[in-house]
Design a protein around this ligand. Sequence first.
Ligand code: UTP
Length: 226
Amino acid sequence: MDRFAVVKVSGAVFDLLDRGNEMVRGVAEQLRAARDLGWRVVAVTGGGNVARIYIRAARDLGASEAALDELGILITRANAELLIAALGNLAYPSVPRTLDELLAASASSRDIIVMGGLQPGQSTNAVAALAAESLGAEILVNATDVDGVYTEDPRRNPSATKLEAVRVDELMRILDGSGHRAGTYELLDHVSLRILERSRIPAVVTSYSRILDALRGERVGTRILY
Ligand code: UTP
């Protein structure tokens, strides 16, 4: 039986490209090692600062929220292409644009599949949850720039504490304050949490340097409970 792991790669990994590609290479290396462990890997890349810069500019120029989301999706797909470049011949060569295309790619090839956004009104976390649901993934690793879920945003409140595990309803409450406009979907949006909840997808939120540790079964980050 194929064991699928879906890895959401935070857009933050693509934020410092002007200072080198080490973070992108580091993620590619972990995905390669995960594949060597027997995982069938699907990665979903976020948009990061570049997406936010474009969305801000287009909003200022009068674009609609849906058009801003479409712009964000374009950038997530551009980031997917960067990860594909870093993976070389281990990667499926094109970026699936729908769940059907993802399923077709996974049926025809054992390559690592990399994709970005799908449709307006959600974040790439929702894409990762939908991908995990569609493939019957064994785990979803949400690899981000914090090492787990904190009681509050640790970047704003240094005394916030990290949770080893969190129930999905509690997580919804913690994240209630985050936005639903283009470019402002925080750590996990409600769409993604509802998908995780309805299919009880085993999920962990951790740092993008610990993707492989999570897939080795180490207790890293924050597990989401149902
Ligand atoms: P994300 O919000 O997922 O990337 O997508 P991010 O901001 O880098 O988040 P993290 O750090 O990876 O979690 C960027 C933008 O693309 C649009 C949204 O506007 C989102 O803010 N988007 C993305 C969609 O509209 N639909 C999608 O399926 C994915």
